[in-house]
Design a binder for this molecule. Structure first.
Ligand SMILES: Cc1cc2nc3c(=O)[nH]c(=O)nc-3n(C[C@H](O)[C@H](O)[C@H](O)COP(=O)(O)OP(=O)(O)OC[C@H]3O[C@@H](n4cnc5c(N)ncnc54)[C@H](O)[C@@H]3O)c2cc1C
Length: 415
């Protein structure tokens, strides 16, 4: 049974800004109803690497969503509890004491589609889709990338043609993560080829069980089959499933990508504590290395501490950034840092195995083989650096020769 939560600060006092926040103890006792405590032996996967576990995420989200805990910042009635940014920070902090399952399969809905519907969806769309995302009853996938449109996403060729109150969608997407498990796809499609590439796009939702949608899983280098190529052959989509205005798809896509990068860059920092509110503990990835003896070596210890310090600094930076509900270009910096952290930790953990690390069945191999994909998914490192350079540092923009030409006459796919 979940307890009601009062909006009093820790110890009942308002915080230094005069606002009240959820008390850690109240958050803790509510979470105990649907989450087990994290212990030294707790191991969860990250980003679904090496795992196809849909079940534990489903159980957690079903339990949490019943009281608005699955996505606390979403409004009550749409699957959340209307928590303030400060409350969300407190919830995240306390959550680190618990064994939260890997929610990779559900992340497109939770971290990207939900916030995008809040920004661009109609009231009806928000009520139709958001509660089903929060309680995991419907999984979403992101159908943006195409064989000729990755970094140059505005080049997408999937065609959407209007026919009365419906749209006919035709084309191919690729690298669609969770395509085979999804009920819904968020599709970026071209509704007007005769205007410049960014202006002719519109965002739609599509049913993945439509017979006109074929999902073919692809094998990744770490052995997973989490992404797929998707062929859409004349799928009919009602105009009610258009998200945002006609021709405003690029704007909607930018919102999705900003949330994707902010969520990929989020977290970190271990933040585990011994007992309730006890002293901070080294994170579990570091504790797992202790028995190997690798930390006895001063050079390796220094390497481990550097990774740990970067992890902590990243967590604090993310915590500061979490006060903004609409992530902007700073999310690209967060993604770059988290990619680096993931890689450093994965490489160090594998090195710590010594020659045994070369064996394919060593557990650390999965993260080692997943690390390169972090630099690609959600936009490559180079693209994130371009965004930071141009939109944060104000450096000169790179040349974009096809920017103003009608898409039908631009140099599609020819680099
Ligand atoms: C694990 C994984 C999951 C993914 N999941 C999804 C998903 O669910 N949905 C989805 O739509 N997509 C998904 N993607 C696709 C991903 O978004 C694209 O792979 C990515 O945007 C890069 O596009 P591309 O592969 O076409 O590479 P390209 O765009 O062809 O880039 C090739 C290389 O050129 C560089 N480059 C390109 N343009 C520039 C430039 N202007 N300046 C500097 N360098 C440049 C790139 O950095 C890269 O190194 C996923 C990818 C991975 C690896």
């Amino acid at each position: 049974m979940l307890r009601g939560i009062g909006r009093t600060g820790p110890g009942g006092a308002p915080n230094r800004y005069g606002a009240t926040v959820l008390s850690d103890d109240d958050i803790r006792s509510s979470m105990e109803a649907f989450l087990a405590r994290r212990s030294a032996g707790t191991r969860t996967t990250a980003l679904g690497a090496g795992s196809d576990d849909l079940e534990s995420g489903l159980r957690y989200l079903q339990g949490a969503a019943a009281q608005g805990w699955a996505v606390p910042a979403w409004p009550a009635g749409l699957g959340g509890r209307g928590a303030s940014a400060e409350d969300v920070r407190a919830i995240r902090r306390v959550q680190r004491e618990f064994a939260v399952p890997d929610l990779y399969v559900y992340q497109v809905g939770l971290a990207m589609v939900g916030p995008t519907l809040l920004a661009h969806g109609t009231d009806e769309q928000q009520h139709r889709w958001m509660p089903a995302i929060a309680d995991a009853s419907e999984i979403w996938c992101q159908m943006f990338s195409e064989p000729e449109a990755g970094s140059d996403l505005a080049n997408v060729a999937m065609k959407a043609e209007r026919d009365g109150d419906e749209w006919h969608l035709e084309g191919q997407k690729v690298w669609t993560s969770r395509g085979m498990w999804a009920s819904w796809g968020l599709v970026l499609a071209r509704t007007d080829p005769e205007v410049p590439k960014h202006a002719g796009l519109t965002m739609f939702a599509i049913r993945m069980d439509d017979p006109a949608v074929e999902v073919r899983p692809l094998v990744q280098m770490n052995g997973d089959r989490h992404f797929s190529e998707v062929f859409v052959s004349g799928a009919r989509v009602p105009d009610d499933w258009r998200i945002g205005e006609l021709g405003a798809g690029w704007n909607v896509a930018v919102t999705v990508l900003a949330h994707e990068r902010a969520s990929a860059g989020g977290g970190g920092g271990g933040g585990e504590r011994k007992g309730r509110g006890g002293p901070p503990q080294p994170p579990s990835w570091l504790r797992r290395l202790e028995p190997t003896g690798v930390l006895e070596d001063p050079v390796q210890r220094q390497r481990a501490m550097r990774a740990h310090a970067a992890d902590q600094a990243g967590a604090w930076t993310n915590s500061r950034a979490a006060s903004s509900r609409t992530p902007g270009p700073a999310g690209s910096g967060a993604k770059l840092r988290s990619t680096r952290r993931y890689r450093d930790r994965a490489y160090f953990a594998l090195d710590a195995q010594g020659p045994a690390g070369m064996l394919a069945d060593v557990e650390e191999q999965v993260e080692f083989l997943t690390a390169p994909s972090m630099s690609i998914r959600g936009g490559t490192d180079e693209i994130q650096r371009n965004i930071v350079g141009e939109r944060v540092l104000g450096l000169p923009a790179e040349p974009r020769v096809d920017r103003d030409a009608p898409w039908s006459r631009s140099r599609k796919g020819l680099l």
